[in-house]
Write a protein that binds this ligand. Structure first.
Ligand SMILES: [Zn+2]
Length: 116
């Protein structure tokens, strides 16, 4: 894979509205890569109008925090996480139930000892 250029992320333009980094392409359009892709370890900026691409040089420490954009996809992930939370709560309840069962056994043993 060959790149038109290696570009330091400081030399790119950040667009907070779309959370994208852009860099001028010689064809007149811009190379673009989203902040989310950068956080995912992607480092290839593509131009929408031609086949050129750039390699973005960055450290994760250079990146701004990824903010949740309101997209259906991410809402779906939120719902999934809520579901996992509910499942974990269910597991906690099951463990509490086991604890209660053990306490019950202890009480039965105590009664048995008293009966002796
Ligand atoms: Zn281009």
């Amino acid at each position: 894979m060959s790149f038109y250029e290696e570009v330091e992320i400081e030399d790119m333009t950040y667009l907070p509205a779309t959370q994208e980094y852009t860099y001028p392409c010689p064809c007149g359009d811009v190379f673009a890569i989203s902040l989310e892709e950068l956080w995912d370890g992607e480092d290839v900026g593509l131009c929408a109008s031609c086949t050129l691409r750039i390699k973005v040089v960055f450290e994760e420490g250079d990146l701004p925090e990824l903010e949740e954009l309101e997209e259906e996809e991410e809402e779906g992930e939120g719902a999934k996480e809520a579901g996992e939370g509910a499942r974990e709560a269910g597991e906690g309840a099951a463990e509490a139930g086991e604890g209660a069962a053990e306490a019950g056994e202890g009480a039965a043993e105590a009664v048995a000892k008293l009966a002796v």
